[in-house]
Design a protein around this ligand. Structure first.
Ligand SMILES: [Zn+2]
Length: 474
């Protein structure tokens, strides 16, 4: 199986290299350079008109990211107790994506995927810039970056974040303030400061067209809700359930701050011109699953950056579009879809390739069962020789763990096929060999050296078209 897998990968890469050499990839290199050069010259020149027929042409964009928030702890995603009245209200007014996934369960690279539309494999920006051992922040050529694109279309851009873990984005916004709730002994000051700074900025910039990014550190551990929100009781007396109850309290506190921001949008009469997106960077494990043989860790799965199981990567996504009715969407979506979706909604043409694809087809049309989500834990993230990837498609998730055997120095693989509807416990690997083969082939294409969205059929040969169609790219 290993040999066939390697061969398939090599064949796939060769096919893709052939596409690149033949000029088949839709990379408008000159246009990309123009945008980046123009930004560094502080130019406000526009690069192609926006689309006036876009659903929210020229709208403000408010992007809210709650750190470490797994979807199923929000009432609107089925939690049994009232953790999130304000987020629920947003969900009642917007599009709620019920099967949305992070591309990596770790804060910095997940934020990079949100801001670029690229998988961690491609942006390779895995480690916080504050870490001296990290590589310098040389952004890859051709990589789109949301705040820079918005700025090039005359948006005022601002970021207010509650942790140094996302401070690396500071260079790309007009205004950026990093608060440190993460290391604040009271664990509350930074949170309040982030919200208040955002409210002040909104008041002062309400007449500008803006892109505002706000990051909330909580409900990240340690789980220490203030007493007003420490209201959830564990249903079992084991330590992990007690942790989960505290976690729910932190969510409720964070939700109250989201409520303050949404009320301010209403008070300033910005609602009709503002696209609002709410999501997270990853979830959190509370030991529901043993990690044992399919992750780098051993023992129970706790915290995050451990596995690609749903508690760590299934996160909320809610998009409120002015003038559009609420809708529940069951099709699969992922963090890398955000950038192309935002550009589509406000009418900015996408000129750089991404791994994600716009969610506009789901917003404006029917469900699409061919959408998938791809998540990884790279080996340099966990300082081990293990690499984990997970591909969610329909109700299935294939998890592939690759590691170098210390004795033989050979790649070894563990595969698991889970049914996410039944819970990710039973391994269906032996029962679904054709499905496993198809999903493995898809993973190998996703590991190619370049983003694939943006390929144009007229520039590809018949064989490549056939392969990409079979994988859902065309
Ligand atoms: Zn995080």
């Amino acid at each position: 199986m290993i040999k066939r897998s390697r061969k398939a990968k090599i064949a796939t890469i060769l096919v893709l290299l052939g596409v690149v050499v033949s000029g088949g990839l839709y990379f408008k290199k000159n246009e990309q350079k123009t945008i980046q050069t123009a930004f560094f010259q502080e130019s406000t020149t526009q690069y192609g008109p926006t689309d006036p027929s876009a659903l929210c042409n020229d709208c403000n964009v408010l992007l809210l990211v709650a750190d470490t928030l797994r979807a199923d702890y929000l009432s609107s995603y089925g939690y049994s107790q009232k953790t999130s009245p304000n987020i629920d209200q947003l969900a009642n007014e917007g599009f709620i994506f019920r099967n949305n996934y992070a591309n990596i369960p770790f804060t910095p690279p997940s934020h990079w995927s949100i801001m670029t539309g690229w998988y961690p494999d491609h942006h390779k920006l895995l480690i916080p810039s504050a870490d001296e051992s990290s590589p310098s922040l040389q952004l890859p050529d051709n990589m789109p970056l949301l705040p820079l694109i918005m700025k090039s279309y005359d948006y005022s851009t601002a970021g207010f974040v509650s942790s140094p873990s996302v401070g690396f984005l500071a260079d790309y916004f007009d205004k950026f303030i990093e608060f440190d709730e993460q290391n604040d002994p009271s664990r509350l000051t930074g949170f309040r400061k982030t919200t208040n700074a955002s409210l002040d900025w909104l008041e002062k910039n309400k007449d500008e067209k803006f892109f505002l990014f706000i990051h909330f550190w909580d409900p990240h551990s340690p789980y220490e809700p203030i007493s007003k929100h420490d209201v959830f009781k564990s249903t079992q007396l084991d330590q992990l359930s007690i942790k989960a109850a505290k976690y729910a309290g932190e969510i409720q506190y964070m939700d109250s701050k989201i409520g303050e921001l949404l009320n301010e949008i209403k008070k300033l009469e910005l609602e009709k011109d503002t696209l609002i997106l709410f999501t997270s960077d990853h979830g959190e494990n509370f030991g529901e699953y043993p990690c044992d043989d399919f992750t780098w860790n051993s023992g129970p799965c706790e915290d995050h950056s451990v596995s690609v199981l749903d508690p760590e990567i299934k996160i909320p996504l809610i998009i409120k579009i002015p003038g559009m009715n609420a809708k529940k969407i069951e099709s699969i979506s992922q963090s890398v879809d955000l950038l192309p979706t935002i550009l589509d909604l406000v009418g900015i043409p996408q000129t750089q390739p991404t791994d994600g694809s716009s969610l506009l087809d789901l917003i404006g049309g029917d469900e699409n069962e061919n959408r998938f989500a791809y998540s990884i834990i790279p080996k340099n993230l966990v300082e081990s020789n293990i690499y984990t990837s997970g591909l969610r498609w329909k109700e299935w998730k294939l998890i592939r763990v690759t590691w170098i055997d210390d004795k033989t120095h050979q790649n070894k693989f563990i595969l698991r096929l889970h049914n996410t509807t039944l819970g990710e416990k039973e391994n269906f690997l032996a029962k679904e060999p054709d499905l496993v083969k198809k999903l493995l082939q898809q993973i190998e294409v996703l590991e190619a050296e370049t983003p694939l969205q943006g390929l144009r059929e007229e520039n590809l040969d018949d064989e490549t078209i056939k392969m990409l169609k079979s994988l859902g790219y065309l």
